[in-house]
Design a protein around this ligand. Structure first.
Ligand code: PMP
Length: 442
C-alpha cells in the first residue's frame, strides 16, 4: 500500500507479524510500541482474547445478514448498549463501517429531518478550519484541510467554515471564558452572514483530532456553541469519531463540557481495530419524524453487520470490565506530565495539549511567537521516523499554508500502564535527542 499522501516517510515500512496489547512486531522480530493506537483506533490494545473469542463465536453463527432481511442479535444488543451511554433522548443508532460513513449519515439525517420540518432551504453545514471529518465527498466538503480537499473542490458544494479555537496560537488564555465566547461567537457571525434560515448544521470535534493535534476547546466554548445552535435552529453534530469510546477520559468527549448534540458520529475506538465499525446516533424525535415521513433515504450494504456488531459489543464490555475510560483519564494525566517534562528540556516543543489519552505536542521555531519550523525541515516526518526506528510509533501531521506547525499525537491504547508510559517517554527523549543532534541550529 502507498503511504499517506502527506506522510513522506523516508523509511520503508516493514510487514506486520503480530500485535498484542500496546506492542506490535514486524516479521524480522523487531518490537514497536503502538504509541498512537494506529490512527487513534486500537483503544483497548491488540489481540484482546475476549474480543477475539466473541468474534469466533459469532462467526460460527453468521457473518452477514442483510439488514432489510433480518434483525440480528449483536446489532440489537450493541444499539441498546450504546444508547445507555449517550445523552438523554439520543437513543437511535445507525450502524456503519467507518468514520466517514458515520459523518455522511449524520449529514443526511440532518437534511432529511429539516425537510420533515418544512425547512427545505436549510442545507449549509458549517464546520471549522482546520478539521477532519472524512474522505468521502460529503465529509470532505465540510473538512477544513485544504491539502486534502483542494483537488476535489470543483466536485463538491463549498461549505462555510469558521476558525478552530486555537487559543495557544492566538496568544489567548484558554481558561478564560471570554476566550471561549470569542471563538464560539464566530459561529453566530457566520450563521448571520450565511442567512440563518439556510444553515442546517454545525459540526465539531469535541477535542480536535489529527488536523489540530488534540485541540481542547477553551472554557465555555462548547456550551456557547450549543446555545447559538439552539437560537438559530441549527442542528449540532458532534464528530466523536476519534474522541468517542473513552479516549479522552469520558466515554464521549463532549461529556467534559456536559453538552448534548443532536447527532453523534462514532467510529475508530468503537470497533477498536478489530472490525470496521461506526455509528451515527440521532435524537429520537428526529428519527421518528424521518421514519414517519417515509424513512431514512440512506444505507450501506454492510451496515449493522453481525460480526462487526458482536466485536463492537465485546469491545464495549472490555472497556467497562477493565474501566479503560478511567484508566485513560489517569494515564492521560501521567503521560501529560511526561510530555510536559520533555517540553521543559526541549524548547523546540512549543505546546503540549489534549485530554485523557488524546494528547499531542507541537514543535515550533519559537515558543513565544509560535512561528512554525521551516517546511523543508520536514520535522513531522523525520521525528516520526526516528521514533519508529527506536521502536515507538507516533502519529504526526503538518498542517500547511500557515495553518499550524508540526504536531505529534501520542495516544497509546487506553489499556496502557505506568511502566509502559515510562518506556514511551524514554524513547521519546532519545528520539528528541537524535532530532536535535541532526538539527543543531534549532
Ligand atoms: N472524523 C474524525 C474526527 C476523524 O478523526 C476521522 C478519521 N481520522 C474521520 C472522521 C473519518 O473516519 P474514517 O477514516 O474511518 O472514514
Amino acid at each position: 500500500m502507498t503511504n499517506h499522501l502527506f506522510y513522506q516517510s523516508r523509511l520503508p515500512r516493514p510487514d506486520l507479524q503480530k500485535a498484542e496489547g500496546i506492542y506490535m512486531w514486524d516479521t524480522a522480530g523487531k518490537r514497536y510500541i503502538d504509541g498512537s493506537s494506529g490512527a487513534m483506533v486500537s483503544n483497548i490494545g491488540h489481540s484482546n482474547p475476549n474480543v477475539l473469542a466473541a468474534m469466533r463465536e459469532q462467526m460460527d453463527k453468521s457473518t452477514f445478514g442483510y439488514r432489510l432481511h433480518f434483525q440480528t442479535e449483536p446489532s440489537e444488543a450493541l444499539a441498546a448498549r450504546i444508547s445507555g451511554l449517550t445523552p438523554e433522548g439520543l437513543d437511535r443508532v445507525f450502524f456503519v463501517s467507518g468514520g466517514s460513513e458515520a459523518v455522511e449519515s449524520a449529514l443526511k439525517m440532518a437534511r432529511q429531518y429539516a425537510l420533515t420540518q418544512g425547512e427545505a432551504q436549510r442545507y449549509k453545514v458549517i464546520s471549522r478550519y482546520p478539521s477532519y471529518h472524512g474522505a468521502t465527498l460529503g465529509a470532505l466538503a465540510i473538512t477544513g484541510y485544504a491539502p486534502m480537499s483542494a483537488p476535489f473542490d470543483p466536485m463538491m458544494k463549498s461549505m462555510p467554515k469558521i476558525p478552530a479555537p486555537r487559543a495557544y496560537l492566538d496568544g489567548m488564555d484558554a481558561d478564560d471564558p471570554a476566550t471561549g465566547l470569542h471563538y464560539a461567537n464566530m459561529l453566530e457571525e457566520k450563521i448571520l452572514e450565511e442567512g440563518p434560515s439556510t444553515v442546517l448544521a454545525f459540526i465539531v470535534e469535541p477535542v480536535g483530532g489529527a488536523s489540530t493535534g488534540a485541540l481542547v476547546p477553551p472554557a465555555g466554548y462548547m456550551q456557547r456553541i450549543r446555545e447559538i445552535c439552539d437560537q438559530y435552529g441549527v442542528l449540532l453534530i458532534h464528530d466523536e469519531v476519534m474522541t468517542g469510546g473513552g479516549r479522552t477520559g469520558r466515554f464521549f468527549g463532549a461529556e467534559h463540557w456536559d453538552v448534548a448534540p443532536d447527532l453523534i458520529a462514532l467510529s475508530k475506538g468503537f470497533g477498536a481495530g478489530y472490525v470496521p465499525l461506526g455509528a451515527m446516533i440521532a435524537r429520537n424525535d428526529m428519527v421518528e419524524a424521518v421514519l414517519d415521513a417515509g424513512g431514512f433515504i440512506h444505507g450501506y450494504t454492510y451496515a449493522g453487520n453481525p460480526l462487526a456488531c458482536a466485536a463492537g459489543l465485546a469491545v464495549l464490555e472490555e472497556i467497562e470490565r477493565q474501566d479503560l475510560v478511567g484508566n485513560a483519564a489517569a494515564m492521560g494525566d501521567a503521560l501529560t506530565d511526561r510530555l510536559q517534562a520533555l517540553m521543559q528540556r526541549y524548547p523546540v516543543i512549543g505546546d503540549v495539549r489534549g485530554k485523557g489519552l488524546l494528547l499531542a505536542f507541537e514543535l515550533m521555531a519559537d515558543r513565544n511567537t509560535k512561528a512554525p519550523l521551516p517546511v523543508d525541515l520536514n520535522a513531522h516526518s523525520r521525528l516520526v521516523d526516528i521514533a519508529y526506528e527506536n521502536g515507538l510509533i507516533i502519529y504526526s501531521r503538518r498542517t500547511r499554508g500557515g495553518l499550524s506547525g508540526d504536531h505529534f499525537l501520542v495516544c497509546p491504547p487506553m489499556s496502557v500502564n505506568e511502566p509502559q508510559l515510562d518506556e514511551i517517554a524514554e524513547i521519546l527523549e532519545r528520539s528528541m535527542q537524535q532530532f536535535m543532534a541532526e538539527n543543531p541550529t534549532l
